[in-house]
Design a protein around this ligand. Structure first.
Ligand code: ADP
Ligand code: ZN
Ligand code: ZN
Length: 729
């Protein structure tokens, strides 16, 4: 028998191996099993994707696999299918895609069965003869009788490998713990739903067991989370599990807390703080049905979950759902595919839905459910646009805004100021010759940081000491230019000396638990100023915040990315949504030099949905996503001409008359330099393809990848393909 095996090599290729000689019974190769195989001069872990009786390859060239690592496939068939589908859709090498679905530990030749296994001790008359060591271990094991698991074993200082002799003699037998039944165990009664909330919850009750895609479009604070909880409760009632995806668990410890307060059920959180070992453990627990509610970030989408009844995606518009490197899948889109395959409903929630989802509502593929009011006793929030032209400013804060902040603080409220730039200042400029401190590896300025003092490139993480003299003209007149959160914090502290200022950005929250600590202080409710990056805009519920201001709306107004206005609108509305979430009404302030900008105007006067409708109409005209479809080839090389040459060649292939049936309606741009033409010493070029027909584009991309795979220059270079790119850089 010949085995078709894929390995995470980055190659779009399957490898043929021979089955082991002793292949029979438990040892029979099956599709989906992991294997250890000789590969070049080393060994690799692979997955069996096919079995055949014949092969084209000369027998002398084939090697047998070293070992079968599993007895049964690790991935349940629905995830295996999802992996195959995703590899095909995103044109990602199958070995890399399938391996990506496994926890990192299982991409190594680690036997899978240990962790969740239960060992049972048989009641036998043990006779050891001279084997004194074995006898000692056996006696030690008796204290765990009649059965034990891995952690109990480790607690008494015995390794699983030491159990082998007893397993061989069948004095020990093993089993997997049985999945436990799912039942609803409420710790706290849910809130009485309002009419809009009940409608969607009722729909999900009746939609049980059939695929439907539901967009919960609800203004900030309208009770989307409450809807999720009611929907989850219903799943538990009927014995089903729920997968809840969130953009970043670390940013919203509150959601997890609320979930655990509401349910006494087993909640499993898959977040980025887990060690690889914990992740493996959690993955296996989920697969064995030992959790009822699974909450996690993007990759949690690949968690095996028996009796999955519902998938929920919170903040579905969030960029974090798109993996931006390697296997560039979109978590939301794959979750929809998973729900469709499993025949279950999926619920996408947001106050600022992506244009993709809104377009799907227009096309009739998604049902939309609106929550138009803030829930419960929460009041609403109103907008105020502060025109920065001809206004004195301090710390990047206009006098008008300063006065508003002062009033709120005096009333005992809290204030939130968002500035989407961390560090002290975005650049350090020489006053004599005008040169700004540049990253040696990138086409970018380095950011000045104060604590600790350094110049830091946010694109390649290059760091260096702050120079005292200009490297170009030796002048010592160096000046920080612009505002970062660190600088704003410093200036706010002197403007409002009696008020605590909490800065929340990647730098202050790097340490485990530090964000949680700061959030707890804010929840204490005393007057304070929160200053930070877009981390502040994400889903937090700050009841005492009555003023939320965006200090630098202009930074994103003139983005060269066609999604610029959409991203800006989402950020503005999400930030604004942090104000007025309790009984006191809130104000959202937008500071801008572009007070008449159409995006700002329509958001302020008519709200996000009106903006989105207009934006969607303009995408319609230009054929841009989500109306048309897009793919982006990237190439990077240390030599600037190489990356361009490769994409230039690719562009020529696209124009091959044979491909005409697929390229008639195609728009091609480039090759052109990426927005940042050089990053981390690599020159970056891109080729952008836009097509009204997804199917034709997919066929074309497949052909182009095949051509690239055969092109000698492509093998020496890093190139990648981003399908449905979220960023054009
Ligand atoms: P969202 O997720 O849309 O931002 P939440 O679910 O966090 O909104 O709800 C915002 C606030 O409103 C919370 O304090 C929540 O307890 C409250 N709330 C939600 N639904 C209701 C309801 N039906 N009745 C009373 N209060 C509600
Ligand atoms: Zn200079
Ligand atoms: Zn750099």
């Amino acid at each position: 028998m010949y085995l078709q095996i894929v390995i995470a090599t980055g190659l779009r290729q399957e490898f043929t191996y021979l089955a082991p000689d002793n292949a029979q019974g438990q040892n029979l190769p099956k599709i989906g099993l992991r294997v250890r195989v000789p590969f070049g001069r080393s060994e690799r872990v692979g997955l069996i994707v096919g079995l055949s009786e014949t092969t084209q390859i000369e027998l002398s060239k084939l090697k047998p696999i070293t070992e079968l690592l599993d007895e049964t496939p690790l991935l349940p068939s629905e995830l295996w299918q999802l992996g195959l589908w995703a590899a095909d859709y995103y044109q990602h090498p199958l070995g890399d895609a399938l391996m990506h679905l496994l926890p990192a530990k299982l991409r190594q030749p680690l036997p899978n069965h240990l962790i969740q296994l239960n060992w049972h001790i048989a009641d036998v008359e043990a006779n050891f003869g001279k084997a004194k060591k074995q006898q000692a271990i056996w006696q030690k094991l008796q204290q765990l009788a009649p059965e034990f698991n891995l952690s109990q074993l480790q607690a008494i200082g015995i390794k699983p490998s030491q159990l082998k002799p007893f397993l061989d003699k069948e004095w020990l037998t093993t089993s997997y713990p049985k999945p436990q039944m799912v039942t609803l165990q409420l710790a706290q009664k849910g809130l009485e739903l309002n009419l809009e909330q009940s409608k969607i919850v009722e729909h999900l009750v009746t939609a049980q067991g059939a695929f439907s895609c539901n967009l919960l479009n609800g203004v900030t604070g309208s009770g989307k989370t409450e809807v999720y909880f009611h929907a989850i409760a219903h799943q538990l009632e009927v014995g089903k599990r729920t997968l809840l995806l969130v953009p970043e668990i670390g940013l919203t410890p509150q959601l997890l807390q609320r979930l655990e307060q509401r349910f006494n059920n087993r909640v499993l959180a898959l977040h980025s703080d887990l060690t690889e070992h914990q992740r493996l453990n959690a993955w296996q627990q989920a697969g064995l049905g030992q959790a009822d509610i699974i909450i996690g970030t993007r990759s949690a989408l690949f968690t095996p979950i028996p009796e999955l009844g519902l998938i929920i995606i919170d903040e579905e518009h969030d960029q974090a759902y798109k993996q931006q490197e390697g296997f560039r899948y979109h978590g939301r889109d794959l979750a929809i595919k998973r729900a469709a395959d499993a025949n279950i409903p999926i619920l996408l929630g947001s106050a600022t839905p992506s244009l993709e989802s809104l377009a799907n509502v227009q096309r009739g593929r998604f049902s939309q459910w609106l929550l138009t009011q803030r829930a419960g006793q929460a009041s609403s929030q109103s907008y105020e646009v502060v025109d920065l032209r001809n206004q004195p400013q301090q710390a990047g804060i206009s006098e008008q805004l300063q006065a508003m902040v002062q009033i709120q603080l005096e009333l005992g409220h809290q204030v939130l100021l968002m500035l989407n730039r961390r560090g002290f200042a975005p650049s350090l400029q020489c006053q004599s010759c005008g040169t700004a401190a540049q990253c040696p590896a990138c086409d970018a300025n380095m950011t000045l940081h104060r604590s600790p003092p350094r110049l830091h490139c946010h694109h390649c993480e290059h760091q260096q000491v702050v120079h005292l003299y200009c490297p170009h003209c030796q002048s010592n007149q160096l000046k920080p230019l612009g505002q970062g959160t660190e600088r704003t914090e410093e200036q706010l502290t002197s403007l409002f000396p009696n008020t605590p200022v909490h800065r929340i950005d990647r730098d202050t929250t790097r340490k485990k638990g530090s964000l949680k600590g700061m959030l707890e202080q804010v929840h204490g409710g005393d007057p304070c100023i929160l200053v930070g990056t877009q981390m502040l805009a994400k889903g937090h519920h700050f009841p005492n915040v009555t003023l939320a201001a965006i200090l630098d709306a202009d930074a994103s107004l003139f983005s060269s990315d066609f999604r610029g206005p959409e991203k800006l609108a989402q950020l503005l509305v999400q930030t604004a949504g942090r104000a007025g979430r309790a009984k006191i009404p809130g104000t959202a302030v937008i500071q801008t030099y572009q007070a008449d900008h159409p995006t700002i105007n329509i958001l302020v006067s008519q709200g996000y949905n009106a903006f989105a409708e207009q934006e969607l109409a303009s995408r319609q005209q230009s054929g841009l996503p989500p109306v048309g479809h897009m793919a982006l080839f990237h190439a990077q090389a240390k030599d600037a001409t190489q990356a361009f040459a490769l994409l230039h060649w690719l562009g020529q292939q696209v124009q091959n008359p044979e491909l005409q049936p697929l390229t008639k309606a195609l728009l091609m741009f480039g090759p052109m330099p990426a927005f940042m033409a050089r990053r981390a010493h690599y020159y970056r070029a891109q080729l952008q393809l836009q097509h009204p027909n997804r199917n034709q584009l997919q066929q074309l991309l497949k052909k182009l990848c095949q051509l690239l795979d055969q092109h000698p220059a492509a093998r020496k270079m890093r190139w990648s393909l981003d399908i449905d790119p979220q960023e054009l850089g």
